[in-house]
Design a protein. Structure first.
Ligand code: PEP
Ligand code: MG
Length: 324
């Protein structure tokens, strides 16, 4: 880090006209936590729990998982820690649970898989809840929710685990529950979904993939994959507006949060929290501190009137250059 960027880390991410945005980090391995502390992260916005599952040779048990989650919750004591439930399938295989499908991104992934295997889901939820005892900073995030039924069932399992543990005599507080908005059907039902949870977290990586119907990992079509596509931006605006009307906080935890152009537009939308890799955080904090929210809002309005991503990129690149 340059000295200038490092000094910024101690200040909050506040726009020139006073809009404060939470700066959180995305974590995959416990080793990611040390760098997060040095950049002044205010919480963990996305703990990808599939990573510890992927580096093991079999499903980790309740004790094993609880120890991993405890370390994250303890390191960020007093700050929010968002643990996402298992999001395997798609491009994230488990060697000990092989899945063979023609269209893995449209198949058995994320919440779909664990709802078909409640024992996996319940073990993980129990581990998360037990890890939070006495710390009370746990938020549980559900990936790949595409329907109200999935969300209802997932919540029932969470409350089942909570009740079982309480009956066992454990003093566990109710966690905050949130949904990843990354499947287009969830965008179109956002009013219903937002009303059912405490917070929303937009996964722009998958949301872009599914709105544009472009594989996020296929090099042949990589040039067409763009989270700054006007269609994707409109979807994000709808999610933020509808969620705020219901008083729900919205995070963006996909790559767009760590992209300076994306951050400007998200500031304009009134996003509450940006969650990104620790390495991106100082630069994005600088971006937020360099803009007025009212200017970002004007850029957003102009961007939504553009018909193609190239126009949006040109406009934002100029706005960023003007601010150094
Ligand atoms: C996303 O889809 O934007 C996201 C944050 O989740 P992942 O990249 O783990 O699929
Ligand atoms: Mg995703």
């Amino acid at each position: 880090l340059t000295a200038g960027l490092k000094a910024l880390c101690d200040l909050p991410a506040q726009s020139l006209d006073g809009r404060r945005i939470g700066m959180y980090v995305n974590i995959g391995l416990l080793a990611d936590m040390a760098p997060s502390m040095t950049v002044g992260a205010e919480g963990i916005g996305l703990y990808r729990t599939e990573i510890p599952f992927q580096i093991r040779k079999q499903f980790p048990g309740e004790e094993d998982q609880a120890a991993i989650y405890r370390e994250a919750l303890e390191t960020f004591r007093g700050k929010e820690v968002v643990l996402r439930t298992l999001d395997v399938g798609g491009d994230k295989p488990l060697s000990y649970f092989p899945i063979k499908e023609d269209n893995p991104f449209l198949g058995w992934r994320g919440i779909r898989l664990v709802l078909d295997h409640p024992e996996i889901f319940l073990t993980q939820i129990r581990a998360m809840l037990r890890a939070s005892i006495g710390l009370d900073n746990l938020s549980i995030l559900l990936p790949m929710i595409g329907s109200v039924e999935e969300l209802e069932t997932a919540k029932e399992y969470i409350f089942q685990a909570l009740n079982e543990l309480r009956e066992e005599g454990q003093a566990i507080s109710t966690p905050r529950i949130g949904v990843m908005i990354e499947v287009p059907s969830a965008v179109y039902q956002i009013e219903i979904i937002a009303a059912m949870v405490d917070f929303l977290s937009i996964g722009t990586n998958d949301l872009t993939q599914y709105i544009l119907a472009i594989d996020r990992n296929n090099e042949r079509v990589a040039a067409r994959y763009d989270a700054l596509h006007p269609a994707v931006l409109r979807a994000i605006v709808e999610v933020v507006d509808a969620s705020h009307l219901l008083g729900r906080e919205v995070t963006v935890c996909g790559e767009l949060a760590g992209d300076p152009m994306g951050a400007v537009l998200l500031l304009g939308m009134g996003i509450d929290v940006l969650s990104m890799s620790a390495g991106s955080l100082p630069r994005i904090k600088w971006v937020i501190q360099s803009f007025k929210q009212s200017d970002a809002r004007q850029l957003l309005t102009a961007a939504l009137e553009c018909s193609r991503p190239t126009q949006i990129r040109a406009m934002l690149s100029q706005a960023l250059e003007e601010r150094g």
